[in-house]
Design a protein around this ligand. Structure first.
Ligand code: PLP
Length: 339
Protein backbone atom coordinates (compact mmCIF):
# COMPACT_ATOMS: atom_id res chain seq x y z
CA UNK A 1 0.00 0.00 0.00
CA UNK A 2 1.29 3.44 -0.98
CA UNK A 3 -0.15 5.63 1.74
CA UNK A 4 -0.76 9.21 0.59
CA UNK A 5 -3.71 9.63 2.97
CA UNK A 6 -1.85 11.97 5.35
CA UNK A 7 1.55 12.67 6.85
CA UNK A 8 -0.10 11.62 10.12
CA UNK A 9 0.38 8.06 8.80
CA UNK A 10 4.13 8.25 9.32
CA UNK A 11 5.26 5.40 11.55
CA UNK A 12 7.81 5.66 14.36
CA UNK A 13 11.07 4.28 13.01
CA UNK A 14 13.38 1.80 14.75
CA UNK A 15 15.58 4.63 15.97
CA UNK A 16 12.62 6.61 17.24
CA UNK A 17 11.25 3.60 19.11
CA UNK A 18 14.66 3.01 20.69
CA UNK A 19 14.81 6.65 21.80
CA UNK A 20 11.36 6.25 23.36
CA UNK A 21 12.30 3.04 25.13
CA UNK A 22 15.46 4.59 26.53
CA UNK A 23 13.95 7.97 27.49
CA UNK A 24 14.79 9.25 30.95
CA UNK A 25 11.45 10.14 32.58
CA UNK A 26 9.89 11.60 35.72
CA UNK A 27 6.70 13.37 36.79
CA UNK A 28 6.21 15.98 34.10
CA UNK A 29 3.44 17.64 36.13
CA UNK A 30 6.10 18.56 38.70
CA UNK A 31 8.53 19.61 35.97
CA UNK A 32 10.62 16.54 36.78
CA UNK A 33 10.60 14.79 33.42
CA UNK A 34 14.04 15.52 31.96
CA UNK A 35 13.14 14.48 28.40
CA UNK A 36 10.01 16.64 28.33
CA UNK A 37 12.04 19.53 29.74
CA UNK A 38 14.69 19.01 27.06
CA UNK A 39 12.03 19.04 24.34
CA UNK A 40 10.37 22.18 25.69
CA UNK A 41 13.78 23.92 25.79
CA UNK A 42 14.51 22.77 22.24
CA UNK A 43 11.17 24.09 20.95
CA UNK A 44 11.57 27.41 22.77
CA UNK A 45 15.03 27.66 21.20
CA UNK A 46 13.71 26.83 17.74
CA UNK A 47 10.83 29.31 17.97
CA UNK A 48 12.78 31.96 19.87
CA UNK A 49 10.18 32.07 22.66
CA UNK A 50 10.65 32.42 26.42
CA UNK A 51 8.94 29.12 27.06
CA UNK A 52 7.22 26.14 25.46
CA UNK A 53 4.71 23.54 26.63
CA UNK A 54 4.53 19.93 25.44
CA UNK A 55 0.97 18.78 24.82
CA UNK A 56 -0.57 15.56 23.60
CA UNK A 57 -1.97 16.93 20.33
CA UNK A 58 -2.01 19.93 18.06
CA UNK A 59 -5.75 20.21 18.56
CA UNK A 60 -5.09 20.74 22.25
CA UNK A 61 -2.50 23.43 21.42
CA UNK A 62 -5.16 25.24 19.40
CA UNK A 63 -7.71 24.99 22.20
CA UNK A 64 -5.47 26.11 25.04
CA UNK A 65 -3.95 28.91 22.93
CA UNK A 66 -7.38 30.27 21.98
CA UNK A 67 -8.53 30.01 25.60
CA UNK A 68 -5.39 31.74 26.89
CA UNK A 69 -5.70 34.63 24.44
CA UNK A 70 -9.44 35.39 24.57
CA UNK A 71 -12.37 35.84 26.91
CA UNK A 72 -15.74 34.07 26.52
CA UNK A 73 -17.89 35.94 24.01
CA UNK A 74 -14.94 37.10 21.92
CA UNK A 75 -14.59 36.38 18.21
CA UNK A 76 -11.57 34.82 16.50
CA UNK A 77 -10.70 35.86 12.95
CA UNK A 78 -9.32 33.11 10.73
CA UNK A 79 -9.41 31.74 7.20
CA UNK A 80 -12.65 29.91 6.41
CA UNK A 81 -10.98 26.50 6.14
CA UNK A 82 -8.89 26.79 9.30
CA UNK A 83 -8.35 23.61 11.26
CA UNK A 84 -9.13 25.37 14.57
CA UNK A 85 -12.55 26.41 13.31
CA UNK A 86 -13.64 23.54 11.09
CA UNK A 87 -11.88 20.35 12.01
CA UNK A 88 -11.85 20.13 15.80
CA UNK A 89 -15.47 19.39 16.61
CA UNK A 90 -16.20 22.94 17.63
CA UNK A 91 -13.82 22.49 20.57
CA UNK A 92 -12.55 26.08 20.74
CA UNK A 93 -16.12 27.33 20.96
CA UNK A 94 -16.89 24.95 23.83
CA UNK A 95 -13.61 25.34 25.71
CA UNK A 96 -13.02 29.06 25.22
CA UNK A 97 -16.55 30.30 24.51
CA UNK A 98 -15.52 32.06 21.30
CA UNK A 99 -17.21 32.50 17.95
CA UNK A 100 -15.38 32.69 14.64
CA UNK A 101 -15.23 35.41 12.02
CA UNK A 102 -14.01 33.52 8.94
CA UNK A 103 -12.41 35.18 5.91
CA UNK A 104 -12.79 33.46 2.54
CA UNK A 105 -9.48 33.07 0.72
CA UNK A 106 -8.10 30.73 -1.94
CA UNK A 107 -4.74 30.08 -0.36
CA UNK A 108 -5.40 30.52 3.35
CA UNK A 109 -3.47 33.81 3.49
CA UNK A 110 -5.72 36.84 3.85
CA UNK A 111 -4.64 40.45 3.49
CA UNK A 112 -4.46 43.22 6.13
CA UNK A 113 -7.38 44.87 4.31
CA UNK A 114 -9.51 41.71 4.52
CA UNK A 115 -8.64 41.46 8.21
CA UNK A 116 -9.52 45.08 8.92
CA UNK A 117 -12.85 44.69 7.16
CA UNK A 118 -13.99 42.06 9.67
CA UNK A 119 -12.47 43.44 12.87
CA UNK A 120 -15.46 44.20 15.09
CA UNK A 121 -15.87 45.23 18.67
CA UNK A 122 -16.12 48.97 18.41
CA UNK A 123 -19.81 48.69 19.23
CA UNK A 124 -20.94 47.12 22.50
CA UNK A 125 -23.35 44.81 20.67
CA UNK A 126 -20.61 43.20 18.62
CA UNK A 127 -18.27 40.48 19.85
CA UNK A 128 -14.77 41.72 20.51
CA UNK A 129 -12.40 40.31 17.84
CA UNK A 130 -9.57 39.76 20.28
CA UNK A 131 -7.63 37.09 18.38
CA UNK A 132 -6.45 36.44 14.84
CA UNK A 133 -5.62 32.79 14.14
CA UNK A 134 -3.25 32.01 11.25
CA UNK A 135 -2.34 28.59 9.85
CA UNK A 136 1.11 27.85 8.45
CA UNK A 137 1.28 25.85 6.24
CA UNK A 138 -2.43 26.04 5.47
CA UNK A 139 -3.63 22.46 5.31
CA UNK A 140 -6.97 22.60 3.52
CA UNK A 141 -5.93 25.43 1.22
CA UNK A 142 -3.36 22.97 -0.19
CA UNK A 143 -0.35 23.00 2.13
CA UNK A 144 0.22 26.63 1.16
CA UNK A 145 2.83 28.91 2.69
CA UNK A 146 2.05 32.45 3.82
CA UNK A 147 4.37 34.93 2.13
CA UNK A 148 6.43 36.45 4.98
CA UNK A 149 5.61 40.05 4.03
CA UNK A 150 1.87 39.39 4.04
CA UNK A 151 2.15 37.46 7.29
CA UNK A 152 4.01 40.26 9.06
CA UNK A 153 1.61 42.88 7.67
CA UNK A 154 -1.43 40.92 8.91
CA UNK A 155 0.15 40.55 12.36
CA UNK A 156 0.82 44.30 12.46
CA UNK A 157 -2.77 45.06 11.41
CA UNK A 158 -4.10 42.78 14.16
CA UNK A 159 -1.97 44.62 16.72
CA UNK A 160 -3.22 48.01 15.51
CA UNK A 161 -6.70 46.79 16.37
CA UNK A 162 -5.61 45.48 19.77
CA UNK A 163 -5.97 41.81 18.81
CA UNK A 164 -3.58 39.02 19.75
CA UNK A 165 -2.27 36.64 17.07
CA UNK A 166 -1.66 32.90 17.18
CA UNK A 167 -0.32 30.60 14.50
CA UNK A 168 -1.34 26.99 14.09
CA UNK A 169 2.07 25.83 12.90
CA UNK A 170 1.21 22.14 12.72
CA UNK A 171 3.43 22.14 9.60
CA UNK A 172 5.51 25.23 10.36
CA UNK A 173 8.70 23.31 9.60
CA UNK A 174 7.40 22.49 6.12
CA UNK A 175 6.95 26.24 5.64
CA UNK A 176 10.45 26.90 6.98
CA UNK A 177 11.97 24.40 4.56
CA UNK A 178 9.91 25.67 1.61
CA UNK A 179 10.40 29.41 2.26
CA UNK A 180 13.88 29.52 3.76
CA UNK A 181 12.44 31.81 6.45
CA UNK A 182 13.45 30.59 9.91
CA UNK A 183 10.95 29.38 12.53
CA UNK A 184 11.77 32.20 14.94
CA UNK A 185 10.92 34.83 12.32
CA UNK A 186 7.48 33.28 11.78
CA UNK A 187 7.07 33.26 15.56
CA UNK A 188 8.35 36.75 16.41
CA UNK A 189 5.17 38.68 15.49
CA UNK A 190 2.70 36.29 17.16
CA UNK A 191 1.69 35.63 20.78
CA UNK A 192 1.50 31.87 20.41
CA UNK A 193 2.95 29.41 17.91
CA UNK A 194 2.81 25.64 17.99
CA UNK A 195 4.32 22.79 15.99
CA UNK A 196 3.14 19.21 15.59
CA UNK A 197 5.37 16.15 15.88
CA UNK A 198 2.87 13.61 14.58
CA UNK A 199 2.90 14.76 10.94
CA UNK A 200 6.02 14.94 8.78
CA UNK A 201 8.33 14.58 11.78
CA UNK A 202 7.14 11.01 12.22
CA UNK A 203 6.30 10.84 15.94
CA UNK A 204 3.26 8.88 17.15
CA UNK A 205 1.81 11.98 18.84
CA UNK A 206 2.60 15.24 20.57
CA UNK A 207 2.81 18.94 19.80
CA UNK A 208 4.41 21.91 21.53
CA UNK A 209 3.18 25.45 22.08
CA UNK A 210 5.61 28.36 22.39
CA UNK A 211 5.15 31.89 23.65
CA UNK A 212 6.02 34.26 26.46
CA UNK A 213 6.40 32.86 29.98
CA UNK A 214 3.02 34.41 30.86
CA UNK A 215 1.28 32.88 27.83
CA UNK A 216 2.74 29.46 28.56
CA UNK A 217 1.73 29.73 32.24
CA UNK A 218 -1.85 30.50 31.20
CA UNK A 219 -1.79 27.70 28.60
CA UNK A 220 -0.57 25.34 31.32
CA UNK A 221 -3.56 26.26 33.48
CA UNK A 222 -5.83 25.47 30.50
CA UNK A 223 -3.98 22.19 29.94
CA UNK A 224 -4.97 21.13 33.47
CA UNK A 225 -8.52 22.38 32.99
CA UNK A 226 -9.10 20.29 29.91
CA UNK A 227 -7.38 17.21 31.29
CA UNK A 228 -4.31 17.40 29.12
CA UNK A 229 -1.57 17.09 31.73
CA UNK A 230 0.44 13.88 31.28
CA UNK A 231 2.88 12.22 33.70
CA UNK A 232 5.94 10.40 32.27
CA UNK A 233 5.49 12.27 29.02
CA UNK A 234 9.19 11.86 28.26
CA UNK A 235 8.40 8.62 26.43
CA UNK A 236 6.46 10.68 23.88
CA UNK A 237 8.75 13.71 24.10
CA UNK A 238 11.68 11.45 23.15
CA UNK A 239 9.91 10.65 19.88
CA UNK A 240 9.35 14.35 19.25
CA UNK A 241 13.01 15.15 19.95
CA UNK A 242 14.05 12.35 17.63
CA UNK A 243 11.78 13.77 14.93
CA UNK A 244 13.24 17.25 15.34
CA UNK A 245 16.78 15.92 15.21
CA UNK A 246 16.41 13.43 12.36
CA UNK A 247 13.37 14.16 10.22
CA UNK A 248 13.38 17.87 9.42
CA UNK A 249 15.86 17.50 6.57
CA UNK A 250 13.57 14.95 4.89
CA UNK A 251 10.78 17.50 4.47
CA UNK A 252 12.61 18.78 1.37
CA UNK A 253 12.31 15.29 -0.15
CA UNK A 254 8.59 15.29 0.66
CA UNK A 255 8.14 18.62 -1.13
CA UNK A 256 10.06 17.38 -4.16
CA UNK A 257 7.89 14.27 -4.20
CA UNK A 258 4.70 16.36 -4.11
CA UNK A 259 5.97 18.38 -7.09
CA UNK A 260 6.85 15.11 -8.86
CA UNK A 261 3.34 13.83 -8.26
CA UNK A 262 1.79 17.05 -9.60
CA UNK A 263 4.05 17.00 -12.66
CA UNK A 264 3.09 13.39 -13.29
CA UNK A 265 -0.57 14.38 -13.40
CA UNK A 266 -0.13 17.34 -15.72
CA UNK A 267 -2.13 17.05 -18.93
CA UNK A 268 -4.37 14.28 -17.61
CA UNK A 269 -7.39 16.62 -17.57
CA UNK A 270 -7.61 16.87 -13.78
CA UNK A 271 -7.43 20.19 -11.95
CA UNK A 272 -4.72 20.32 -9.32
CA UNK A 273 -3.13 22.64 -6.82
CA UNK A 274 0.45 23.72 -7.36
CA UNK A 275 2.14 22.07 -4.37
CA UNK A 276 3.96 24.59 -2.20
CA UNK A 277 4.92 21.86 0.28
CA UNK A 278 3.91 18.22 0.73
CA UNK A 279 0.31 18.11 -0.51
CA UNK A 280 -1.48 17.91 -3.82
CA UNK A 281 -5.23 18.42 -4.08
CA UNK A 282 -6.70 16.87 -7.19
CA UNK A 283 -10.16 17.56 -8.61
CA UNK A 284 -10.70 14.71 -11.08
CA UNK A 285 -14.18 15.84 -12.19
CA UNK A 286 -12.97 17.52 -15.42
CA UNK A 287 -11.43 14.17 -16.39
CA UNK A 288 -14.79 12.46 -15.93
CA UNK A 289 -14.21 10.80 -12.53
CA UNK A 290 -15.64 11.75 -9.15
CA UNK A 291 -13.36 12.18 -6.16
CA UNK A 292 -15.07 9.30 -4.38
CA UNK A 293 -14.70 7.12 -7.48
CA UNK A 294 -11.03 7.97 -7.86
CA UNK A 295 -10.28 7.32 -4.18
CA UNK A 296 -12.09 3.96 -4.27
CA UNK A 297 -10.40 2.76 -7.46
CA UNK A 298 -7.01 3.88 -6.22
CA UNK A 299 -7.54 1.93 -3.01
CA UNK A 300 -8.15 -1.18 -5.16
CA UNK A 301 -4.89 -0.40 -6.93
CA UNK A 302 -3.00 -0.15 -3.63
CA UNK A 303 -2.84 3.65 -3.36
CA UNK A 304 -4.54 5.37 -0.45
CA UNK A 305 -5.61 9.02 -0.70
CA UNK A 306 -8.22 11.00 1.24
CA UNK A 307 -11.37 12.45 -0.25
CA UNK A 308 -12.37 15.99 0.74
CA UNK A 309 -15.54 17.05 -1.03
CA UNK A 310 -14.98 17.17 -4.77
CA UNK A 311 -11.23 16.66 -4.46
CA UNK A 312 -8.80 14.03 -3.30
CA UNK A 313 -5.74 14.97 -1.26
CA UNK A 314 -2.41 13.22 -1.65
CA UNK A 315 0.21 13.92 1.02
CA UNK A 316 3.87 12.98 0.77
CA UNK A 317 5.89 12.08 3.85
CA UNK A 318 8.82 10.04 5.13
CA UNK A 319 7.04 6.78 4.34
CA UNK A 320 6.71 7.68 0.66
CA UNK A 321 9.61 7.23 -1.76
CA UNK A 322 10.15 8.71 -5.21
CA UNK A 323 9.38 5.27 -6.61
CA UNK A 324 6.10 5.19 -4.66
CA UNK A 325 5.19 8.54 -6.24
CA UNK A 326 5.84 7.19 -9.72
CA UNK A 327 3.69 4.15 -9.02
CA UNK A 328 0.91 6.37 -7.63
CA UNK A 329 1.02 8.53 -10.76
CA UNK A 330 0.73 5.40 -12.88
CA UNK A 331 -2.23 4.18 -10.82
CA UNK A 332 -4.04 7.53 -11.08
CA UNK A 333 -3.39 7.70 -14.82
CA UNK A 334 -4.71 4.16 -15.09
CA UNK A 335 -7.99 5.07 -13.35
CA UNK A 336 -8.42 8.17 -15.51
CA UNK A 337 -7.67 6.25 -18.73
CA UNK A 338 -10.30 3.63 -17.84
CA UNK A 339 -13.02 6.33 -17.99
C1 PLP B 1 -3.24 18.00 12.08
C2 PLP B 1 -3.57 19.41 12.28
C3 PLP B 1 -4.00 19.89 13.51
C4 PLP B 1 -4.30 18.98 14.67
O1 PLP B 1 -3.16 18.34 15.15
P1 PLP B 1 -3.31 16.95 15.95
O2 PLP B 1 -1.98 16.73 16.52
O3 PLP B 1 -3.73 15.94 14.93
O4 PLP B 1 -4.37 17.17 16.97
C5 PLP B 1 -4.23 21.23 13.64
N1 PLP B 1 -4.02 22.09 12.62
C6 PLP B 1 -3.60 21.67 11.43
C7 PLP B 1 -3.37 22.67 10.35
C8 PLP B 1 -3.38 20.32 11.20
O5 PLP B 1 -3.00 19.91 10.00
Amino acid sequence: MIDLFSDTHTMPSEGMRRAMAEAEVGDSQLGEDPTTNRLQDAVAGLLGTEAALFLSTGSMCNKVAVAALTRPGDAVVCDHRSHVMRFEGGGATIVAGVSFEPIVTDDGAFTPEQLEAVMTGTNVYQPRTSLVALEQTHNFAGGTVWPIDRYEAVCAAARRHGAAVMTDGARLLNAVVASGVAADRWTAPVDAMWIDFSKGLGAPGGAALGGSADLVAEATRWMYRVGGAMRQSGVLAAAALYGLEHNVAGLERDHANARRLAEGLAETGVTLTDPATNMVFVDPTPAGVTAAGLAARLADAGVRVSQLGSRVRAVTHLGVSEDDVDRAVEAIRGVLAAE
